[in-house]
Design a protein around this ligand. Structure first.
Ligand code: C2E
Ligand code: MG
Ligand code: MG
Length: 663
């Protein structure tokens, strides 16, 4: 597998979309920006607070402390000067020095006042200064009268002056202490602010990291989701190939002036295998065929693209190969895979490949038209002609089919369909029941079921059509019953889609009850293809139906691909030999005999279809066939004609079939 060339990643394939739209990315970015801006703002305001506190310290507290310190120094000097005066008695020198000190102290005080010294503290200072004046004046007076000088009085004045100085010194110390205290508090709060700032920075960094991490994770998850959705929308899960949507995209986005071809490939073996061996085998076939085709296209070049459209259908888009000869050569090359049988789960499988081809721009331009053209061409491939080119005549056929589908839909809505009843008789000619067959008269012309049943199957109309047939057959049976006609069973054909509908057994039980039809009076004819598709599920449904009381027949037996093993497990009552074996009995005499032997072994009733001659009747009677059906006895009859036959049937004849089961 690894030796295969890589499948081209073409510009024609839809690109995976950006995981997030620009608008969302912008919104996420704006959110992040908002977060960053708010953290920066918080940071700024915290820094501003720290700066303000530091500035206050520098601009106010330090000059205040300096002024107080000066004041204290002057105070000490003032005391010393007074003592010096006392010792030397030089009054003039002292007065000059004291005046100078006082001026000095006044300057310091003005500085403190300008820095915000409270009024009551100023008053206190003035009071102490007044005391000092008072005591030093008394001291001076005493000093200046040597005749009456009293040393005791002098010492007393000196002590009073000293006390005033001490009081001032204490006041300055208190100021100093108060300033130091508020400074310490401011420093502490600045420190706290710095701590908060640091924590904010750490939180911010972690926040940014977290947001970035979460954004990354979300983006990754979204990217994965987007990639998965893109994969599901544009690629087939089984084969990994681009799907129908991708093909439409590629056709839409091809260069307008380009030419090329579109090949629609069908593998009929896929349905056969699904029917006979189950879906897994069919899928394995498709996967292997896909690998081969990819390999083949890879060797041809990198420009062709392979798609899986649906089911067993693939498509090859080949830009540049726009002529019939080029497209035919490509188809021939691809068809080579049909030359080699595949080994699948121990079985040899012949891979048949049918190809419908359309060229562009000649056959059409828009994707829907091109795919429809290729499909129309594919539907015209037949055995021996496995490739077919589209032509306008084919388009007409396709349009006819679409018109037929629309008309059938309308006919169903307007109840324009009817049922005819084809009798089933014993080899001796006694009536034993009938098969209800759908009839459609369109614009006065009968449309063959061979034409409208396949259209109904393809369009899904088969479910309402088939349900109507069952209801109408039940209603008719009850009407005949009510008018006293013998109760003979009716058979209805059940399509695969109808049979596989999950509620079919319940729906059928309800319908039988609504029309008061005993289940034994209804026989369901299903084809081998239905029976062989997902056999386990089919067997389960069959058992449900059997439990209900209806009988089951395999229609057109011998033409399908059901395995004998499963046949043995099916709880069926009847095998209907396909009319082709009756017709060709002379050339293949063994087949009817074989089917009869098989039925005898499995204890099944056998009905021969398509009996057209008395010779066939005699032969089938001799072989022991239970019931016969065919033009030799009667064509399918409108209800009135069949009722007439029912009425003419001698009630005594037949093994109890003519008794009214409701009585
Ligand atoms: P079938 O179920 O095998 O029905 C038997 C077909 O063989 C009928 O064709 C019948 O008219 C035809 N036939 C009977 N005796 C002879 C004979 O002696 N010679 C020849 N040449 N043909 C004979 P008809 O009515 O055209 O139906 C064809 C098929 O369409 C049916 O084959 C059945 O598969 C399908 N069909 C008809 N009605 C319904 C229906 O209501 N539901 C479904 N799902 N399929 C239906
Ligand atoms: Mg039938
Ligand atoms: Mg049949």
């Amino acid at each position: 597998m690894s030796s295969l060339p890589a499948f081209p990643s073409s510009s024609l394939l839809p690109p995976a979309r950006a995981p997030w739209s620009m608008r969302r990315l912008l919104a996420a970015f704006l959110l992040l920006l908002l977060f960053v801006a708010s953290v920066i703002w918080l940071n700024l305001s915290a820094s501003r607070a720290v700066a303000t506190q530091s500035a206050a310290l520098a601009e106010r507290r330090i000059p205040e402390l300096r002024a107080i310190s000066d004041l204290r120094a002057q105070l000490a000097a003032r005391g010393n000067q007074l003592y010096l005066y006392y010792a030397t008695t030089e009054g003039e020198t002292w007065q000059a020095a004291d005046r100078q000190i006082e001026q000095q102290m006044e300057r310091c005080l003005s500085a403190l006042i300008s820095l915000g010294l409270p009024d009551d503290e100023q008053q206190r200072y003035r009071r102490h200064a007044g005391d000092w004046q008072q005591h030093t004046q008394a001291f001076t007076r005493e000093m200046q009268s040597p005749a009456r000088r009293s040393w005791d009085a002098l010492r007393e004045h000196l002590a009073a002056a000293q006390r005033s100085l001490d009081a001032q010194a204490m006041m300055f110390a208190a100021w100093d202490e108060a300033i130091r205290l508020t400074t310490a508090e401011a420093s502490q709060s600045a420190l706290d602010e710095v701590g908060r700032l640091t924590r904010l920075q750490i939180a911010f960094s972690l926040g940014v990291l977290l947001v970035a991490g979460v954004t990354l994770l979300v983006l990754r998850a979204r990217q994965k989701d987007q990639a998965r959705l893109h994969q599901q929308a544009y690629f087939d899960q089984l084969t990994g190939l681009p799907n129908r949507r991708s093909l439409e995209y590629a056709l839409q986005h091809r260069p307008t002036d380009s030419d090329g071809c579109l090949l629609l490939l069908s593998l009929p073996a896929y349905q056969r295998l699904a029917g006979a061996y189950g879906q897994a085998s069919a899928d394995a076939l498709l996967q292997t065929a896909t690998l081969w085709l990819r390999g083949e296209l890879g060797w041809l070049g990198q420009r062709q693209l392979l798609f899986r459209i649906e089911g067993e259908r693939l498509a090859v888009l080949a830009p540049g190969l726009g002529t019939t000869a080029e497209a035919a050569a490509l188809a021939a090359r691809l068809r080579q895979i049909a030359d080699y049988p595949l080994q699948l789960e121990g079985r040899r499988v012949n891979v048949e490949l049918r190809i419908g081809i359309t060229l562009y721009p000649g056959d059409g331009l828009d994707p829907t038209c091109l795919i429809r053209n290729a499909d129309a061409a594919l539907q015209h491939t037949v055995n021996g002609d496995h490739c077919h080119f589209f032509s306008p005549a084919l388009a007409t056929a396709n349009d006819r089919r679409l018109a037929l589908e629309a008309a059938l839909r309308q006919a169903l809505q307007q109840h324009e369909l009817s049922l005819h009843y084809q009798p089933k008789v014993t080899p001796a000619g006694a009536l034993r029941g009938a098969e209800a067959l759908a009839r459609w008269q369109r614009d006065g012309q009968w449309v063959s079921p061979g034409e409208f049943i396949p259209v109904a199957e393809e369009s899904g109309l088969i479910i309402p059509l088939g349900n109507w047939v069952v209801e109408e057959a039940c209603r008719q049976w009850q009407e005949w019953q009510s008018s006293g006609l013998p109760a003979l069973p009716l058979a209805v054909n059940i399509s695969a889609q109808q049979f596989q509908a999950p509620d079919f057994p319940d729906w059928l039980a309800g319908t039988l009850a609504d029309h008061r039809v005993p289940p034994a009076m209804l026989e369901l004819e299903i084809t081998e293809a239905v029976a062989a598709n997902d056999p386990d599920k089919v067997i389960a449904t069959m058992h449900k139906l059997k439990k209900l009381g209806v009988s089951l027949a395999i229609d057109d037996f011998g033409t399908g691909y059901s395995s004998l093993t499963y046949l043995q497990r099916f709880p069926i009552d009847t095998l209907k030999i396909d009319q082709s074996f009756i017709r060709d009995h002379h050339s293949q005499p063994a087949i009817v005999r074989l089917i009869l032997a098989l039925a005898a072994e499995l204890r099944l009733q056998v009905v021969a279809e398509g009996v057209e001659t008395s010779e066939q009747q005699t032969m089938l009677a001799a072989l022991g066939c239970d019931l016969l059906q065919g033009y030799h006895f009667s064509r399918p009859l409108p209800p009135v004609a069949y009722a007439a036959w029912l009425a003419s049937e001698p009630l005594s004849k037949g093994s109890g079939a003519s008794t009214n089961v409701l009585q």
